[in-house]
Design a protein. Sequence first.
Length: 647
Amino acid sequence: MIRTIALCSSLAMVTVALDVAPAKPRKTHQRIVSIPSPQSLPPVLREVLTPHPERITRMVGSHDPTGRNRDNSCEGWPTEGDYRVVFHAKGEGRIVRLWMNADEKIDIPTGWQELWIELDGQTIYRGHPLEFFEGRGPWRAPLVLDHPKSSGAYLSWVPFPYAHEAKIRFKGYPQFFQVSYQQGPGASIGPSAEETEAFLRDTWWPRAPAPTSERTIDVDHPEILAHGPTMVTALSLGLDEATMPKMRLRVGGQPSFPASMLFGFATKRTDPGNKEPREIPWPALTSALSRSDPEAHRLVTRTPIPLRAGETLTLETEEKAPQHVSVGLATARDFTVEASGARFVTQYREQYAPGTETTFPVFETSKVDGLVSLLSVLDETAEGIPGNRGFLEGDEMIRLDGMHFPLFLGTGTEDYFNGGWYFWGVHTNPLSGLTRFDVLHDEQGWGYAIFEHSMYRMHVLDPIAARAGMRFGFEAGETGSYAPIFYRTLALGYGFTGHHEIARRRFILDRETQGEGILFGTPDRYVDSALDAEHGEKPVHFPVRAHRGVTKLVARCPEGPSPSTLLLVRGFDQGVAPQSAAVRIDGELVDPFYELYVNQERRLAEDAISVVLTPDDCRDGELVVELDARAGTGPFTESYYEIALYR
């Protein structure tokens, strides 16, 4: 029997357990939005400036399933004979980053035996992990980095695209690991390994314009460097060490931020709560986007800065006395900002950690901001508990599109910045680095010292996109409660017009525990568990349905032009694995739901897939979504669904 629930809303739901129409693959690439980007930019930067609402960037790893700090946990991952499966994805995607870490004297000699990477049934690499990361396999630095180069960790930026399935097996015990990947239509398309290596190796700064234009700036006379609409492709500043801490940059009407942070580092603190103002030396830095040369008194960046009509890039100071700066600037003549809809997003924060078991914000956008992708994060730490660097135990947690579950669950702050073991020292790599490590008040030894760090990471190869809001938060310390610790952060990103949420509906099993929503079935059981996220999350009582049948959801199309993208979010019981279900939109197969990891400690979790829609999908006024779990090897669990439509 099919039971239809009619609603006044634009979304409604139906459940059914049989009679599913035959499936056929869905052809979607023709609807993926392609925005013209400057041909003068390398392919990697052109890709960053292309909006991809159809892709979801996420990360899996060895985070502690209890939400504490035992982040070399692998018991939730399955085994295949002598191998542990540390990653397994189905559907179209692209592995963009593999980070690993283990003690080189204790764990690696016996625990690291073999790394096996398989894409669409083809072995791409099978050999010793050290040979892979040390450049003795098919790839070399900077695509792969070993312990010394990545300051205590092992890192790969080799892109691994797959059309249907990807798997990473590990023989032995991996200890700490993270796999960042993109999923969704077209996610396998992107810069090749050769293009990526060329970008990371590029000696680009001699091509940037020299800072030859002299400018004089004071608090009443800021200098407008560029007017929109335009795309700034390179910016050079020439200034002395005394002037640099006094300079700030402003993009459009957004708050200003210390100018040096655009180039990868911060100067002395100027916040009112600073009890110990002091100069911070000018570091040397070379990355894929920025270069700092203290000997030449020069800063250079090739970070693309789109300016819309009416927006300006402005150099400011709060000083009354004149400040002298020289400037060089280049713009893209072959790029129309209006056609791309791109805008540059800057978020600068000065804050103390909250001192509770939660995360503090680094980058936040809302549903009204539309499609936004994260480009980079700069993090400066100060103060702290004498003799204690435990604040670096904090994990990053990134939530997308109104989801409660973070699709990024980190294993440590230095891990996010691609290092390990609290870093092995100051270093700069193309996409991450530690530019400053200061030990203060160590007259009686490090047991009494205060430690300061300056860290950067660029998401050029793995931009994290959200269609309806993003919250990037960090824990301070093992569970987030470390205090006091002071953070200065600058997060940069790109926003794109034309991709906004136009409808959303929640489908539930039980109104008493889940609130308002459309009932789509009857729960088999209730589970008491916290969400797999911050340690301070309180347990909730949530309903679960487990089955090997078919769930059908019907989304009525809103009035106006047809939606371009559908996001399907699933809440489920992570205490059961593996779980899989084919997903169909109007009878055509799209990427499936597939969950390999099991967490018995914190069972409530979420997953999401994105689907590119065609104009014909709403021809009959509704979208039919089917989740078919009949071919799964185990039960498929459901607690709730959300369908969001975008255009």
